[in-house]
Unconditional design. Structure first.
Length: 267
């Protein structure tokens, strides 16, 4: 299975929150390795740049507050579940980073001579099952609570990668959302908390929006979504991919943000 769903323990009261961690994995299944034209060194460099390191751990231990975890267990270099399935609809496809990447973060080739048939095979085996499972989880939350909030857990490089806009600010924490699905008042609550804790935050910079399954996107306001993007310099050595001295403090901060979101949903 290329994803994992972890529910809150039976002893914990479940709430409408889904913690989504789509980009933490470095795992490339052997059947997809030959699709990537990078050598061993090049692939490791690309994984270092593009992986949201440790976000499965940073966001992934808060089922104790009643949230449900949904974690991608395959590298985004194989398939990115947060992109629109059709490259015509996906802005990042212009950079070779649609649902199936063909370019690296440096603009070089990631996949060469990648046919429509090969792309469709990856979509059928990985993208669509993931999308369906997430859609079903959101539907289950709506049926149970008549609302659902998605917390989309990410991280970003402290310095803009070549495909990114270097003119945008890169704060400690970025809160992203799309206007139709913004959880009213929650962003302000989270930003106020960050300021009290001495962290600099921004809204929709350097990344904007937050994941909503396509069948609900801009169609159902009961589904709200907020992206929490963490500056990697806060918790890791970006040249080695190892945790830094600030890791535990950052993990505590994110835990408190998630607890605030869960409390917000109980109101």
């Amino acid at each position: 299975m290329n994803y994992e769903v972890i529910s809150a323990p039976p002893s914990i009261e479940r709430n409408p929150v889904i913690l989504h961690v789509p980009h933490s994995s470095t795992y490339i299944p052997i059947e997809y390795r030959d699709q990537l034209c990078l050598d061993y060194e090049g692939l490791n460099a690309e994984l270092l740049a593009m992986t949201d390191w440790f976000t499965d751990d940073i966001f992934g231990h808060y089922s104790s507050c009643g949230a449900t975890l949904f974690i991608n267990r395959v590298s985004r270099l194989v398939m990115d579940p947060e992109r629109f399935p059709d490259d015509i609809d996906e802005p990042m496809s212009s950079k070779g980073m649609g649902a199936i990447y063909t370019k690296t973060s440096q603009g070089g080739e990631l996949r060469r001579d990648f046919s429509v048939i090969k792309r469709q095979s990856v979509m059928d085996k990985l993208y669509w099952p993931y999308s369906k499972a997430f859609h079903n989880l959101v539907t289950e939350q709506l049926n149970r609570f008549d609302k659902c909030i998605i917390i989309d857990g990410h991280s970003f490089a402290s310095t803009a990668l070549p495909y990114e806009d270097e003119n945008l600010i890169r704060p400690d924490i970025c809160f992203g959302y799309e206007s139709t699905h913004e959880p009213t008042g929650l962003v302000d609550i989270l930003e106020q908390f960050c300021r009290r804790e001495g962290f600099v935050s921004a809204q929709n910079q350097p990344f904007a929006g937050s994941y909503v399954p396509s069948d609900y996107f801009q169609k159902d306001e009961r589904v709200t979504s907020i992206m929490i993007e963490i500056n990697r310099s806060l918790y890791m050595d970006e040249t080695s991919g190892t945790k830094s001295a600030g890791y535990d403090q950052l993990k505590v901060l994110v835990g408190k943000l998630i607890e605030l979101a869960c409390s917000y949903q109980r109101v």
